[in-house]
Design a binder for this molecule. Structure first.
Ligand SMILES: C[S@@+](CC[C@H](N)C(=O)[O-])C[C@H]1O[C@@H](n2cnc3c(N)ncnc32)[C@H](O)[C@@H]1O
Length: 339
C-alpha cells in the first residue's frame, strides 16, 4: 500500500525538459491520496523528465510519452544497456571534444543523433543544449542550439549526471515499470479502477515542436476523457499569472478539488521584477490527501474569491506557497523552464 506523504527531498533525473515539475514534486505528491494495493499502477502518460514518477517510485507503473527518445533513454537504463559507467565514459569523451572543438562539436553530435538516435547522444545534447530544452522541428529533427558553454562537462558536472542516472536506475530496480512510446489516448485506455493517473500535458501554444503540438482542442479532449476515467486522477494545469488566467480551471472546480501552488520567478536580478505564478493541481475528490498543519496555508481572500465561481459547488482548495517549500530540504534549484 502506498500513501503518498510529503516528500521532503526531491531528486532530479538526468533528462531535463520544458515544464519539468521538480519544484512541484512535494506539492503534487502530498496532495494525492492513493493506495496502490495489490495491483494498482501509477500511470503517467506525459512522462517528460520522469521527475514525479521517479521520486514517487511506485511498485507498478506505466510511464509513457509520445517522444520516443525520452522513453528509449529510460528503457535503456532499465534493461541495463546503458549503465552509469557508460554515461560517465560518453560524457567524458564528448565533453573533452566539446571543449577542444567548441560548438562545432555540439552540432556534429546533433547531426549524428538525428541519423542514429543514440540515447547517450540524446543525454549529451539535452545537457549541452540551450536551457535544458527538448525541441524537434517539423521533420522530427532535434534542433536545440548550443548553450555556448564549451567547458560545461567538468568532472563535477559529469559526476552529477552519472549520479542522476544511478539514482534512476536504483529507483527502477525490483519495480514493474512499463515504458511506452504512445499518445495519451492509448495510455488512458489502459486504466483500471485500482490505478492512479497523473496528467501533465504541455502548455497550450508554447514550446510547440514535433512532439508538443498541444492545442485547446486537445486540452478539452483530454479533460473530457479524464472525467470518464474508472480510477483516481490528478491533472496539472497552469492557473494564472498577473496577466492571464486559465478559465478551464474555474470550470473544472465544479467537479474536482483544486490545490494551488504559488511560486515566484525573476526577470533580471532586481527585486521589483519578482513575479508570481500559480499552478493548479485538479484532483478527483476521492483521492485528495488531507492537508497537514505544515502544508496548510491560509487562503488569501483574493485567491479564494477568484477561484470560486459564484455558480459552482463548493470545492476544497488550498494554496501551497513556494515559501513553504523552502522549509523542505529541496536538493535542487532547477528552474521550471518556460512557464
Ligand atoms: C509538460 S511535459 C511533462 C513534464 C513532466 N511532468 C516532468 O515533470 O518532467 C509534457 C510531455 O508530454 C509529452 N507529450 C506531448 N504531446 C503528447 C501526446 N499527445 N501524448 C503523450 N505525450 C505527449 C511531451 O513529449 C512532454 O514530454
Amino acid at each position: 500500500m502506498i500513501t503518498m506523504g510529503k516528500r521532503s527531498v526531491v531528486r532530479t533525473p538526468p533528462i531535463k525538459c520544458q515544464g519539468i515539475k521538480t519544484k512541484l514534486v512535494p506539492f503534487i505528491l502530498s496532495s494525492i491520496r492513493w493506495s496502490q494495493g495489490e495491483s494498482g499502477r501509477w500511470i503517467e502518460p506525459f512522462l517528460g523528465s520522469g521527475v514525479v514518477a521517479f521520486n514517487l517510485a511506485p511498485r507498478r507503473a506505466i510511464l509513457a510519452d509520445i517522444n520516443p527518445h525520452i522513453i528509449r533513454f529510460y528503457r535503456a537504463i532499465q534493461n541495463g544497456s546503458i549503465t552509469p559507467a557508460d554515461v560517465q565514459q560518453h560524457l567524458f569523451r564528448e565533453g573533452r571534444l566539446l571543449e577542444a572543438r567548441g560548438e562545432a562539436h555540439y552540432y556534429a553530435v546533433r547531426k549524428r543523433f538525428n541519423h542514429m538516435a543514440d540515447p547517450l547522444d540524446f543525454l549529451f545534447l539535452n545537457r549541452a543544449g540551450f536551457n535544458g530544452l527538448i525541441r524537434f522541428n517539423q521533420e522530427a529533427q532535434y534542433n536545440v542550439p548550443f548553450c555556448k558553454k564549451p567547458g560545461r562537462f567538468s568532472p563535477a558536472y559529469i559526476t552529477k549526471i552519472v549520479n542522476q542516472v544511478r539514482w534512476v536506475s536504483l529507483q527502477m530496480q525490483g519495480k514493474a515499470w512499463e515504458f511506452r512510446v504512445a499518445s495519451w489516448e492509448e495510455i488512458l485506455d489502459l486504466a483500471r479502477p485500482e490505478d492512479f493517473v497523473y496528467l501533465d500535458p504541455p502548455y497550450e501554444g508554447r514550446h510547440t515542436d514535433y512532439y508538443n503540438q498541444w492545442t485547446t482542442e486537445q486540452t478539452e479532449r483530454l479533460v473530457a476523457r479524464m472525467l470518464q476515467l474508472p480510477c483516481g486522477y490528478a491533472l496539472s494545469m497552469w492557473l494564472e499569472n498577473e496577466y492571464r488566467r486559465n478559465l478551464l480551471v474555474d470550470y473544472l472546480s465544479k467537479h474536482l478539488v483544486i490545490r494551488v501552488y504559488q511560486h515566484f520567478y525573476h526577470i533580471g536580478a532586481e527585486e521589483v521584477n519578482r513575479r508570481w505564478i500559480r499552478e493548479a493541481l485538479l484532483i478527483h475528490p476521492d483521492y485528495v490527501a488531507e492537508e497537514t498543519a505544515t502544508l496548510a496555508h491560509p487562503k488569501p481572500a483574493a485567491l479564494h474569491h477568484d477561484i470560486h465561481p459564484a455558480d459552482s459547488e463548493p470545492v476544497q482548495m488550498s494554496l501551497f506557497d513556494a515559501s513553504i517549500e523552502r522549509q523542505c530540504d529541496i536538493s535542487t534549484q532547477e528552474p521550471i523552464v518556460g512557464i
